[in-house]
Design a binder for this molecule. Structure first.
Ligand code: G1P
Length: 311
C-alpha cells in the first residue's frame, strides 16, 4: 500500500510511569525493643529527622507524588509527622524562627499521604496486597522504611524509568557476603538485553528465592528494599502460599510472575546503603549522616576523631 493511503496510526501513548510509593510500615520492630514498644521504629531520629522522612524525601525526589503508608496499631504518630502543626507553627512564627518553621512544614509538603491498615502481619507480600485499592491498575514503587541509599543517589529514579520501559518488575540488588545471603531475597541473573540501552549495572533476573541457605543461594545478589511493580503483583500475591518463615512473601509473588513471563530486571546498587533496621546499621547511619550535615558535620567529626583516639 502506498504510504499516503496508509490508515492514520493511533497516537502512541507513553506507558505509565509509577507515581505512587507504597511504604509497608506496620511491623513491630522487635530488633529495636524496648525503644519501639511505643515509638514506631520509622520515627527513630537520624540526626534531625525521623528515618521515615528520609524515605518520603527519596520518593518525592524520584517524582512520586503520593505515598501510601501501610500502618498498624500504635503507629498513628508516624502519620502525624506528615501533617501540619498550626499550634507549633504559630509559636515559631511569633518568635521569627523561620528555619525551624520551614523544617516542621517540610514533611507535609513532600507528597500526598494516604494510609491503609494491615490488621495482622502475615508477611511483606500480604502487606503490599493492602495497596491494591489505592494503586488500581498502575505500576507503583515499594520502599521498605528501614533502609535507604545516599540521599543524592538517583537509584529509585533509574528504577522507575526502567520499569516504564519494560512494563515488568524492577528490583534493586546489593552484593552481600556469604554469611548474609540467608537474610535476603536472592536473585539469579544474566546480562540485560543490550537493546534496552540500560547502564551496565542492569541485569535480567532469571530466578528469585527468599532467604535461601548459602548452599542453595544462586548468587550473592540480595534484593534490597526498593521495588517497582506492575499491578499484576496483586493477583500474584493472592495466589502465593505462605513461604519462608510461614509468611506470604513478596519475593514468592514476584517469582510467580517471573515464571509466567513477566520481565524482571535488577539494578545493582554500588553506592552507600543505610540499614537503619538493626542497631549497628542505625548507629552507622547516624554517624555518617551527622558527619555530612551542614553546621554540625565539622565539629562532630573533630569530636569523633578525638573520641576514637581516646582523648
Ligand atoms: C524483606 C524481603 C527480602 C528483602 C529484604 C530487604 O525481608 O522479604 O526479600 O531482601 O526485605 O531488606 P525482611 O528484612 O523483611 O525479613
Amino acid at each position: 500500500m502506498a504510504p499516503d493511503s496508509a490508515p492514520p496510526r493511533a497516537p502512541q501513548r507513553a506507558p505509565d510511569r509509577a507515581t505512587c510509593a507504597v511504604i509497608p510500615a506496620a511491623g513491630f520492630a522487635t530488633r529495636f525493643l524496648p525503644a519501639t514498644k511505643t515509638v514506631p521504629k520509622e520515627l527513630l531520629p537520624v540526626v534531625d529527622r525521623p528515618v521515615l522522612q528520609y524515605i518520603v524525601e527519596e520518593s518525592a525526589a524520584a517524582g512520586l507524588s503520593s505515598v501510601l503508608l501501610i500502618t498498624g496499631r500504635g503507629k498513628t504518630s508516624m502519620v502525624d509527622h506528615f501533617d501540619r502543626r498550626p499550634d507549633l507553627e504559630a509559636v515559631l512564627a511569633a518568635k521569627g524562627d523561620q528555619a525551624r518553621l520551614d523544617a516542621i512544614r517540610r514533611p507535609s509538603e513532600l507528597a500526598d499521604i494516604y494510609t491503609v491498615r494491615q490488621p495482622e502481619m502475615l508477611g511483606l507480600g500480604h502487606a503490599v496486597g493492602y495497596a491494591e485499592a489505592h494503586v488500581g491498575g498502575a505500576p507503583f514503587a515499594v520502599l521498605l522504611p528501614d533502609e535507604f541509599p545516599e540521599p543524592s543517589d538517583p537509584l529509585l529514579s533509574r528504577m522507575l524509568s526502567l520499569q516504564q520501559h519494560t512494563g515488568g518488575i524492577v528490583l534493586a540488588f546489593l552484593e552481600v557476603p556469604d554469611d548474609q545471603v540467608n537474610r535476603y531475597g536472592i536473585g539469579s541473573v544474566e546480562p540485560a538485553d543490550p537493546a534496552l540501552g540500560a547502564p551496565k549495572s542492569t541485569v535480567r533476573v532469571t530466578g528469585l528465592v527468599e532467604k535461601p541457605a548459602l548452599a542453595d543461594a544462586p548468587s550473592n545478589l540480595a534484593v534490597i528494599g526498593r521495588y517497582v511493580l506492575p499491578s499484576g503483583i496483586f493477583d500474584a500475591i493472592r495466589r502465593t502460599k505462605p513461604g519462608s518463615g510461614g509468611e506470604i512473601q513478596l519475593t514468592d509473588a514476584m517469582a510467580l510472575l517471573l515464571a509466567e513471563g513477566t520481565p524482571v530486571h535488577g539494578v545493582i546498587h554500588r553506592g552507600v546503603r543505610y540499614d537503619t533496621g538493626v542497631p549497628l546499621g542505625y548507629l552507622q547511619a547516624v554517624v555518617q549522616l551527622a558527619c555530612q550535615r551542614d553546621g554540625l558535620g565539622p565539629e562532630f567529626k573533630r569530636w569523633l576523631a578525638g573520641f576514637l583516639a581516646g582523648d
